[in-house]
Structures are given as structure tokens and as C-alpha cells.
Design a protein around this ligand. Structure first.
Ligand code: FAD
Length: 174
């Protein structure tokens, strides 16, 4: 609901509708309840026959390098969650990290990095540079990646407005 941007996943049409289908099928959702804080694990073990742990992995992997503590460096989920909350809830409309007018650098090229690129562009950033540790994937499937495997190819996503050139490795300044 909050992590993945609305541009990629429509919350009222897709997420809310699916929630309602699950509720109609008999699932009870209890929000604002942190297991281990608001309700003890022992209570769950006593009250239910089975407990399934599916609490996700929102702990970010930090990059402890020189300058990490400078202002203006944020974890993706802080940026994305605040942005989506501001769009979904008018009480948070002015409380989000804005990339408007900024020179933005995104470190990481996966789904999360892509969402940060798309969000920064939609905020109206001055420009955005995305750094990715891996080489650019091929345009088409390689011989070692046949169907029905997940295609490891260069993908053109909703994040960017036009296809960017591949610049190759950035020279290190000394
Ligand atoms: C920015 C971003 C973009 C992504 N884009 C894509 C994409 O385009 N395509 C794709 O396939 N995947 C994408 N993913 C990955 C996908 O979102 C995750 O793989 C998926 O959400 C994992 O599902 P999950 O149910 O394991 O965990 P989560 O979706 O993280 O769900 C865990 C839930 O448990 C709750 N929780 C945690 N601790 C407690 C507790 N103590 N008590 C009660 N509740 C608790 C959390 O609040 C959360 O709601 C993206 C992920 C991110 C972060």
C-alpha cells in the first residue's frame, strides 16, 4: 500500500479491491497492531492453532562510506513511503521528502531504485542519475537464459520518460 508507488500499482483499484475480496472470503485484518508490542506472541499462540510469520524485510542495507552522515541522504523506503502516504492521506499532503528542483542520485538499480527514479521525475527533480553495480543486461535473452526462465534483459519501465543512453562505468575522480 505504501512502499510501491501509485504510478506502478493502483491502490484503490487493485490493493483495496483485493483486500475487500479477502474480507468477503472471511479474512479479518487487524491494522495498527504490532506483534511483540501491541499484542504478545504468546497470546497468538494461545488463541490460534497456527501462526504464520510473514513480516517482510524492510530493514535497509546501509552504505557505511565517507560522507554517509551528510544531509540529504535517505533510505528509499523513507522517501517512497512518505510520498505515497501524502498522496493517499490529505493529513500528510505536505509532509514528504520532495525531490523538486534537486539533482538526485539513486544508488541501486532494482525495483526500489526504479521507483525512486520515477518518483523523483514526477516530483520535478532537476535531473536524476542512477548508479548500478552490475553491467547493463542484454537487450534480448542470452543463450543461458531461455524461456520459461525470468528474462534477464534490459527493461524499459514506467520510471523514465524517455529511454536513457547507457553511459558505461563512471570514471573515478582522484
Ligand atoms: C519500493 C519497492 C518496490 C517493489 N517493486 C516490486 C515490483 O515491481 N514487483 C515485485 O514483484 N516486487 C516488488 N517489490 C518487492 C515486493 O514488494 C516484496 O517482495 C513483497 O512485498 C514481499 O512481501 P511480503 O509479504 O513477504 O512482505 P511485506 O510486503 O513487507 O509485508 C510484511 C508486512 O508485515 C508487517 N509487519 C512487520 N512486522 C510486523 C509486526 N511485528 N507485527 C505486525 N505486522 C508486522 C509489515 O508492516 C508489512 O505490512 C518491491 C519492493 C519495494 C520495497
Amino acid at each position: 500500500m505504501y512502499g510501491i508507488p501509485n504510478m506502478k500499482l493502483d491502490k484503490p483499484q487493485v490493493v483495496q479491491r483485493r483486500l475487500e475480496v479477502l474480507e468477503a472470503e472471511g479474512v479479518t485484518f487487524v491494522c495498527n497492531t504490532e506483534v511483540g508490542k501491541d499484542i504478545a506472541a504468546e497470546t497468538l499462540l494461545n488463541d490460534f492453532d497456527a501462526v504464520v510469520l510473514c513480516t517482510g524485510a524492510t530493514k535497509p542495507r546501509d552504505l557505511p562510506i565517507e560522507g554517509r552522515d551528510l544531509k540529504g541522504i535517505h533510505f528509499a523506503m523513507e522517501f517512497l513511503t512518505e510520498n505515497t502516504r501524502a498522496l493517499l492521506d490529505q493529513h500528510y499532503r505536505d509532509r514528504f521528502l520532495s525531490a523538486a528542483g534537486k539533482d538526485v542520485v539513486i544508488i541501486g538499480g532494482g525495483d526500489t531504485g526504479t521507483d525512486c527514479v520515477g518518483t523523483s521525475i514526477r516530483h520535478g527533480c532537476a535531473n536524476v542519475t542512477q548508479l548500478e553495480i552490475m553491467p547493463q543486461p542484454p537487450e534480448t535473452r542470452s543463450a543461458g537464459n531461455p524461456w520459461p526462465e525470468w528474462p534477464k534483459v534490459y527493461k524499459w519501465t514506467m520510471a523514465r520518460k524517455k529511454r536513457p543512453p547507457c553511459l558505461g562505468p563512471i570514471p573515478v575522480r582522484t
